[in-house]
Write a protein that binds this ligand. Structure first.
Ligand code: MN
Length: 307
C-alpha cells in the first residue's frame, strides 16, 4: 500500500548488487519515513544491501493510532510484485484489473505489476482500528517483468506449528508446506508468530540468502535479541536457524536465490536501466493505457520529477 516514495533512489542509476555473504549476522537499522500519514520503518533497500533474494523493498508500517486513516490514491507499478500482510487492521485494495479486495490480518494480497498496473489502498470507511503490517516488493525476473499484470488474494495459508510458534508460509515453501501464492523466482516469505517462552529450529534452503525483520516483540535469532526497526541479514549456506522468544514476537523471514542482476529502482518502478524507468515515468504522466485505470474516489498520485 505504500506508494514507493521519491527517496527509494535519488537517481535512476543501477545500484550494483552487493554480493551475498556466507552465513553471517549483519544488522541494518531501518529508515524512519512517513507514507500517507503512517509511520514506516523501511528495512530495504539499504545502500549496502539492496535486496535479499528477489525481495527488494520492505516497509513495516504502524502500529498506528486509531485516528489514522490510510489513503493512498491510484499510483502505478512496473516490474515488481507487491506482497501485503497485516498484523492488525484492514485495508481495501482497488486496482486497474478491476479487483476490489479487503485484506485482514493473516491473509496475503499479491499484485503482479509486469509491464504495468495501478492500484489504490485505503482504510475501509467503517473501520477505525489500528493499522499495522508490512508491504514488500519482489523484483520480477526478465521472463515475467514485461508480462501481464495480475492480482491474487489468499485467505488461507499453510501454517507450520513448532515449539510454540506458528509459521505462515506467505510465499514459497518451508518444511514441505507450499504457499498457494505465485512466485516467479525461487524465494520464501514466512510470517513467524512466536508465543512467550518459545523456541524452535527452522529448516532453511542453504542456496538462499535470508533476512529477518521483527514487527513486534523481541526475537532471539541465533543468540541475538532482535526488535522492530532493523533488518538482520543472515547470508547464504544456512541449513537451519535457531529462533526463540522470551516475551513473544511477530516477525518476517525473507529469503531467496541471490539476484545476479542490478536493479534500477525509481519511485514505484523496478527496472534494469534508466531508459526503462524514464519510459514508465513518461507513460504514467501521460495517462498511458499500460497502467489501465483504477476505480477510486482518491486522487491519482503524480510521479516526482524524473532526474
Ligand atoms: Mn503501491
Amino acid at each position: 500500500m505504500m506508494s514507493g516514495p521519491i527517496s527509494t533512489s535519488t537517481t535512476p542509476e543501477a545500484a550494483p548488487v552487493t554480493p551475498p555473504e556466507k552465513a553471517c549476522l549483519e544488522r541494518y537499522v531501518s529508515r524512519q519515513v512517513e507514507v500517507a500519514g503512517l509511520a514506516v520503518r523501511r528495512a530495504l533497500p539499504k545502500r549496502q544491501r539492496r535486496s535479499v533474494g528477489a525481495w527488494c523493498f520492505v516497509d513495516h508500517f504502524g502500529p498506528s493510532g486509531r485516528d489514522v486513516v490510510m489513503n493512498v490514491g491510484p499510483h502505478p507499478h512496473v516490474g515488481l510484485q507487491t506482497v501485503t500482510w497485516l498484523v492488525e487492521g484492514q485495508v481495501l485494495h482497488h486496482d486497474s484489473l478491476g479487483s476490489e479486495q479487503l485484506i485482514r490480518p493473516g491473509q496475503v494480497n499479491l499484485m503482479t505489476a509486469g509491464n504495468g498496473v495501478a492500484h489504490a489502498e485505503e482504510t475501509p470507511p467503517n473501520f477505525d482500528g489500528t493499522q499495522h503490517g508490512a508491504q514488500l516488493w519482489v523484483a520480477q525476473p526478465n521472463e515475467t517483468r514485461f508480462g501481464q499484470p495480475a492480482f491474487e488474494h489468499h485467505e488461507e495459508l499453510p501454517v507450520l506449528e513448532a515449539g510454540d510458534m506458528e509459521m505462515s508460509v506467505l510465499v514459497g515453501s518451508m518444511a514441505g508446506l507450499v504457499s498457494p501464492a505465485r512466485a516467479d523466482t525461487p524465494l520464501v516469505g514466512v510470517a513467524i508468530q512466536a508465543r512467550a517462552s518459545s523456541q524452535t529450529e527452522l529448516e532453511l534452503n542453504p542456496s538462499f540468502e535470508h533476512a529477518v525483520v521483527v514487527l513486534e516483540g523481541s526475537l532471539n535469532l541465533a543468540g541475538e535479541q532482535v526488535v522492530p526497526g532493523e533488518l538482520v541479514y543472515l547470508g547464504t549456506d544456512r541449513h537451519r536457524l535457531d529462533v526463540g522468544s522470551t516475551q513473544g514476537a511477530t516477525a518476517l523471514l525473507l529469503g531467496g536465490e541471490p539476484l545476479e542482476e542490478d536493479l534500477v529502482m525509481w519511485w514505484n518502478f523496478v527496472t534494469r536501466n534508466k531508459q526503462e524507468a524514464r519510459q514508465a515515468y513518461e507513460d504514467w504522466q501521460a495517462g498511458h493505457e499500460r497502467f489501465g485505470s483504477v476505480s477510486s474516489k482518491l486522487d491519482r498520485i503524480d510521479a516526482p520529477p524524473f532526474r
